[in-house]
Ligand binder design. Structure first.
Ligand code: AR6
Length: 170
């Protein structure tokens, strides 16, 4: 399964894959961080489609087209705000990744690129979030052999090293 996981450092909005995953909020109407970057690159049609979706629960994900992005689609996932770790955050974050794979499979997608969901504005500690991201994704890749390529894209070199270390240890 691990051979279908790749790591990269850079700007998620530049990746040419079937879908990039957005670290969105419940409104799905845009924000800062990777969400802001995705909306800027995709153009205003993305917001128009997002308005029609009626928001999204924490731990769930919804798909749109990618518009002016190189990626064909955007899967908007809503991660939990980190409140110390005893408010179901781990389960909600795992659910986010799981739902992204389910939505990707339902739409016949073969390649996905993820940001590190919840680890920016939402404050999730990177080490814990990274372990959840990798473990959940490995389990989902087992379920969905048709998903050929999953890339975890980190903004910082430090985060990339954490992903590389944890992936090697799995
Ligand atoms: N490419 C790759 N990674 C990025 C990029 C990018 N262009 N920009 C930021 N990151 P965040 P969250 C990294 O805050 O914590 C928004 O306002 C960033 O360094 O984007 O899930 C939404 O609307 C961090 O490692 O998402 C929500 O309200 C990771 O992406 C809220 O923020 C996630 O940081 C969601 O917060």
């Amino acid at each position: 399964m691990k051979e279908r996981i790749h790591l990269a450092q850079g700007d998620l909005t530049e990746f040419l894959v079937d879908a990039i995953v957005n670290a969105a909020n419940n409104s799905l109407l845009g924000g800062g961080g990777v969400d802001g970057a995705i909306h800027r690159q995709a153009g205003p049609e993305l917001l128009t489609e997002c308005r029609s979706l009626g928001g999204c629960e924490t731990g769930d994900a919804k798909i749109t087209k990618g518009y002016s992005l190189p990626a064909l689609h955007v899967i908007h996932a809503v991660g939990p705000v980190y409140r110390g770790g005893h408010s179901g955050e781990a389960q909600k974050l795992a659910s986010c990744y799981k739902r992204c794979f389910e939505v990707a499979a339902q739409n016949g997608l073969k390649s996905l690129a993820f940001p590190s969901i919840s680890t920016g504005a939402y404050g999730y500690p990177i080490n814990e979030a990274c372990e959840i991201a990798l473990r959940t994704s490995l389990a989902q890749l087992k379920r969905f052999p048709q998903i050929e390529r999953t890339i975890f894209v980190t903004f910082s070199g430090r985060d990339l090293l954490i992903y590389a270390k944890q992936l090697a240890e799995l």
